[in-house]
Design a protein around this ligand. Structure first.
Ligand code: MRU
Length: 355
């Protein structure tokens, strides 16, 4: 894969590509504490739902290795409280809580065995989450590929690429797979105000990989659709409710309305850990609000009156009725989403129980 590595586990340390510095600076940070992992997630050094989950898994390993208490219940209690704190780093992507809970579940299931062994098992679990993410993304790419024709052009929003995951990405995986197979696909990338993940990350990683990508500003999406340039919209997601309502980067909702207006299919690329069946509909998905300076400043420079009121929701919810299909590693989910998501998650549960 012709892409930068987003995160790496090396010598019991977490190495992260600093995504706040891209595309002008390629810098890796070495993290040794869970507090550093929490801050890296909060400040978006690492971002994108799956990458946040993988980083959180390693964060739990770092804290497990740092807890001085080698006894029960002290060890588990400290692990739980560190996990609860880490989960607060960002609220919308459910992959964060999912990974922390998976790590805690692994530890709880082993209570009674020597803590040194649990530390090893936790490291193995975090590595498993990391590796599975790569397999999942390739499978999502395969399923997406079955929905496209050679020569198609997709539009994407934000960054659901290699940089948002362990490799390949979710929405962008189809482009990497097509490239590997010599199938021609093109992409338009929305710049994605205010943090510019489309310009700084999607355009960067696709361009660097030699994939045909055209950058547009967010307000140009309607025109490229009206001009017949877009065959499908493919985006990632941060949380999918049981009824199919999907939270993704702010602006995805408007793109979904445009796609529906122009009769262009909208595919949500989703690893199953992003599905939150505890959440009945989009209205219960917590939407992160970030600092207004993300809107009023560009590269630290004010572009609006000092002290102006701002509103900066970082995500929005695309209603299920605007979604053509949810494309997971386990198959493509079509409407009615409520029933079909439930069915897919039930088979997933059975598969997990067999393990
Ligand atoms: O704020 P970000 O950059 O973490 O938002 C990322 C997105 O909205 C992505 O589309 C989503 O996390 C899916 S990444 C495969």
């Amino acid at each position: 894969l012709n892409a930068l590595i987003t995160l790496r586990w090396q010598d019991r340390q977490l190495i992260l590509l600093d995504q706040t510095r891209l595309p002008n600076h390629i810098e890796y940070l070495t993290l040794t504490t869970i507090e550093q992992v929490r801050d890296a997630i909060r400040t978006m050094v690492v971002r994108g739902a799956p990458a946040i989950g993988v980083a959180a898994g390693y964060g739990m390993v770092l804290v497990a290795n740092a807890i001085a208490d080698d006894n029960y219940p002290g060890f588990i209690q400290e692990l739980e409280s560190a996990g609860a704190d880490l989960a607060l780093a960002r609220p919308t992507a459910v992959n964060l809580a999912w990974a922390i809970n998976r790590m805690l579940g692994r530890a709880r299931a082993q209570v009674g065995t020597p803590v040194a062994l649990i530390r090893q098992l936790l490291e193995q679990e975090a590595i498993a989450i990391h590796q599975e993410d790569i397999t999942i993304n390739r499978a999502i790419g395969e399923n997406l590929l079955s929905l496209l024709q050679p020569g198609n052009t997709i539009l994407t929003h934000c960054n659901a690429g290699a940089l948002a995951t362990s490799a390949y990405g979710t929405a962008l995986s189809v482009l990497y797979l097509a490239q590997e197979r010599g199938i021609s696909l093109q992409a338009y990338a929305d710049e994605t105000r205010p943090r510019l993940q489309g310009a700084r990350l999607t355009a960067f990683e696709l361009h660097q990989a030699g994939i045909d990508v055209t950058l547009i500003s967010d307000n140009m999406a309607a025109v490229v659709m009206a001009q017949g340039k877009i065959d499908a919209v493919i985006v990632g997601c941060d949380r999918i409710a049981a009824n199919g309502d999907t939270a993704n980067k702010i602006g995805t909702y408007s793109v979904s309305i445009l796609a529906r207006h122009f009769g262009i299919p909208l595919y949500i690329a989703a690893p199953t850990p992003t599905i939150d069946t505890n959440c009945p509909s989009g209205s219960c998905i917590p939407i992160e609000e970030r600092d207004g300076e993300e809107i009023t400043r560009i590269n630290g420079e004010l572009i609006a009156p000092l002290g102006i009121k701002t509103y900066n929701p970082s995500f929005d919810v695309t209603p299920a009725e605007n979604i053509t299909a949810i494309v997971t590693e386990r198959g493509i989910i079509y409407p009615p989403f409520q029933d079909n998501i439930q069915r897919l998650m039930a088979t997933e549960l059975m598969a997990t129980e067999r393990l």
